[in-house]
Design a protein around this ligand. Structure first.
Ligand code: ADP
Ligand code: MG
Length: 719
């Protein structure tokens, strides 16, 4: 199985996308095809042994479109250029059409000899030139026994044009050359507007590409050299001067400064950096001189990752789109039938060929599946782009759609609600061993662990300049603690679950008192007897209480989940006024998510490897950007700022986006439901008013432009 991405040319409509999706699905070996009208891309999962890129391109060409293999990795710069090119071309075509149509239109008001013949001459380059690509597209579609948007326009305008030719030759009063020419010009103008607006929806990507630094100053063989940023290698020492952009991801080797990371994380306050701290490429160094060691370059940088993620998200489909796809699949054939019926019925009723023709031409041109097709993808593009601007990466249309249904949020405690940098607060010896010795023992054992609690203990020992001892037989039991042997003595360090067979009775009071303060208490035991207690506390993130208020205001139930003991959990959850699940083993986190999923849609927010299964199980998994890569892979949302309020913002953004999509779909449907009968002359009997095909054409162009514009309005909404 291979994923092939193609750049498709010539799509205007949802019906184009539906048509191509079907055509691609029929190619042997294709498992799944997804064609997106907003990004002009086809993504195909195909069995390589059965069909290659050529077969897929041939399938697309057979329907009257063109395609080329996309450069594998999506190249947004190339994309933007191609889009500009196409935009220019469509503008020139419109001007060409206008140059003939304008004098033609003015002539219709004059009474001069051979007027109709001159009009005919002027109308011909429009019909045969400006509209040529529509004919090509309609005919190719016809060869594949299908119809597209161009079929409707070609049929409508050809009918008007050909009837007029007949009228001129036969000397019949009344021609419709201007109708056909003006229609084509309007359609071309509408397509140009639409292409322009579609370009705007992907502005978020353009903004991100613009962030990429061009050059870097590296230290090679002791000399400073300015080189293109793409030539920087992992391990290079890079100098970042005040006011300069950090060229690639790296770690500070030397120097102190504050860095403005707002362009990547959305966080406006500059972050202090000292040796050992990670820096992100494309962020701006404020005042200090920094030397950094490059850790990620080229396509592996955070910025490149974000751009790829958003591109993929914007090209993906939201489930709600299926409805639009289903409707537009039947749309064009249905309109053709309605147009024919319109002609027949009016001809039977009025015996007036001209009248019947005008009505059926109007039907053909007013019908527009474009609006319906653009409703979802444009809103998804604007929505994901807006998220990215706020440091919220949304991985796809499905996530963006699901987020608005969330009823329950589960928050991991350590690293999510709290800062995840616990500190030792109390050392309580309950044996002959002194406090210093207690810390030395604990730190010596924890040196082998990667747990944040272990870090806290080791850090405290290092700060007190204690010499750590060598241990053997180190073992970590997830959710319980660690054990190791020191000399001849075997030690256990962890929670109550680890202290099996060890009597804690005499020390319970002390233990509980610490836990009720929200501290995590670890017990150190040697053999069967308790040596002492080490209490650790983690500070709450300043933004967590506010985030929880936001959730509550949105009517969402909030839970905390932790491996910590119930008393500690209760103290913290109580302060926040939320429910909690305590003493949860890492492998059980996903089960708690499952349990709540029986009551509604669940979002899980976490940062660690042990959260990954729960993130994957949840309807929406939100991973903290500073967390582990595993967590970020499993998440549907990645929060660049580590700020819980952004989860609430993401849900709000999802609600706004879905509201836009529903609005768009509603108006697109209403437009067609009203437009088609009006054009068919259903109301003629009562009002004596028949829609001119020109108005019908303008309405059609306007409907798709208004859908795109409505999606763009999403950018203005406050998050
Ligand atoms: P969380 O992600 O909520 O912190 P964990 O499952 O990682 O939960 O840890 C649960 C509990 O297991 C901790 O509160 C602690 O009591 C114990 N524990 C886990 N790892 C260690 C360790 N390295 N040293 C001591 N105790 C540990
Ligand atoms: Mg955790």
């Amino acid at each position: 199985m291979k994923k092939i991405v193609l750049d498709v040319k010539g799509m205007h409509c949802a019906s184009c996308a539906t048509l191509l999706t079907r055509a691609l699905s029929k190619v042997e070996g294709v498992k799944e095809a997804n064609v997106n009208v907003a990004t002009n891309k086809a993504t195909v999962d195909v069995d390589e042994s059965k069909a290659g890129t050529d077969a897929l391109i041939a399938a697309i060409r057979s329907k009257g479109y063109d395609a080329a293999e996309s450069s594998g990795v999506i190249d947004p710069e190339q994309d933007a250029k191609a889009r500009q090119e196409e935009l220019k071309k469509s503008w020139r075509l419109f001007l060409f059409s206008l140059a003939f149509t304008l004098p033609l239109f003015l002539l219709t008001f004059l009474e001069i000899p051979y007027r109709d013949i001159i009009i005919w001459i002027l109308a011909t380059p429009v019909q045969g030139g400006a509209a040529w690509h529509m004919y090509v597209s309609a005919f190719t579609a016809l060869r594949g026994w299908s119809a597209n948007m161009d079929t409707l326009i070609v049929l409508g305008t050809s009918a008007a044009y050909l009837y007029s030719v007949y009228a001129v030759l036969a000397g019949v009063e009344g021609t419709y050359f201007e109708v056909a020419a003006i229609l084509i010009t309007i359609v071309l103008f509408g397509r140009w507007l639409e292409a322009r607006a579609k370009g705007k929806t992907s502005e978020a990507i353009k903004r991100l590409i613009g962030l990429k630094p061009k050059t870097a100053t590296v230290l090679r063989k002791g000399k400073e050299m300015k080189i293109p940023v793409d030539d920087v290698q992992v391990g290079d020492l890079v100098i970042v001067k005040p006011g300069e952009k950090v060229p690639v991801d790296g770690v500070v080797e030397e120097g102190h400064s504050s860095i403005d990371e707002s362009m990547v994380t959305g966080e406006s306050i500059p972050i202090e950096k000292k040796p050992g701290d990670a820096v992100i490429g494309a962020t701006i160094n404020k005042h200090g001189l920094l030397t950094i060691k490059a850790t990620k370059v080229g396509a592996n940088t955070t910025l490149a990752h974000i751009i790829r993620l958003i591109e993929e998200a914007q090209g993906s489909k939201a489930p709600i789109q299926r409805f639009a796809d289903a409707v537009s699949a039947y749309f064009v054939p249905a309109v053709l039938v309605i147009a024919i019926l319109t002609f027949i019925i009016w001809f039977v009723v009025s015996k007036d060929v001209q009248f019947s023709l005008i009505a059926s031409v109007s039907v053909l041109v007013i019908a527009c599946p474009c609006a319906l097709g653009l409703a979802t993808p444009t809103a998804i593009m604007v929505g994901t782009g807006k998220g990215a601007k706020n440091g919220i990466l949304i991985k796809g249309g499905e996530a963006l759609e699901t987020a608005h249904k969330i009823t329950h949020v589960i928050l991991d405690k350590t690293g999510t609600i709290t800062k995840g940098q616990p500190e030792v607060t109390d050392l309580v010896s309950v044996s002959k061993v002194g406090e210093k010795e207690l810390l030395t023992l604990a730190a010596s054992i924890e040196k082998g662990s990667e747990h944040p609690l272990a870090d806290a203990i080791v850090k405290a020992a290092v700060e007190k300049k204690l010499a750590l001892k060598k241990v053997t037989g180190f073992k970590a039991v997830p959710g319980h603690g660690v054990s190791a042997t020191l000399g001849k003595k075997h030690y256990l360090l962890g929670n109550v679950k680890l202290m099996k067979g060890i009597s804690l009775k005499a020390h319970e009071e002390k233990l509980h008192a610490l836990e009720e303060q929200g501290k995590t208490v670890m017990m150190l035991a040697e053999g069967k007897s308790l040596v002492g207690l080490v209490a650790v506390a983690d500070t709450m993130k300043e933004t967590s209480p506010e985030a929880i208020q936001l959730f509550k205001k949105m009517g969402i139930d909030v839970y905390m989940i932790t491996g910590d003991n119930a008393r500690t959990a209760k103290a913290i959850a109580g302060k926040l006024g939320i429910k909690y699940f305590a003493e949860v083993l890492p492998e059980d986190k996903a089960n708690y998510v499952k349990k709540l999923q029986k009551e509604g849609k669940v979002a899980m927010v976490g940062d660690g490897i042990n959260d990954a299964p729960a993130l994957a199980q949840a309807d929406i998994g939100a991973a903290m950007g500073s967390g582990t890569d595993v967590a970020m892979e499993s998440g549907d949302l990645v929060l660049m700022k580590d700020d819980l309020r952004d989860v609430a913002k993401a849900i709000k953004l999802s609600r706004q986006t879905m509201a836009k999509i529903r609005q768009n779909m509603f108006w697109a449907l209403v437009y067609n439901v009203i437009g088609i009968p009006v054009a068919a002359g259903v109301f003629y009997g009562w009002t004596g008013w028949l829609l001119s095909p020109i108005i019908a054409g303008a309405a059609m162009a306007l409907s798709s432009v208004s859908v795109v514009s409505n999606s763009l309005l999403l950018r203005m909404k406050k998050l």
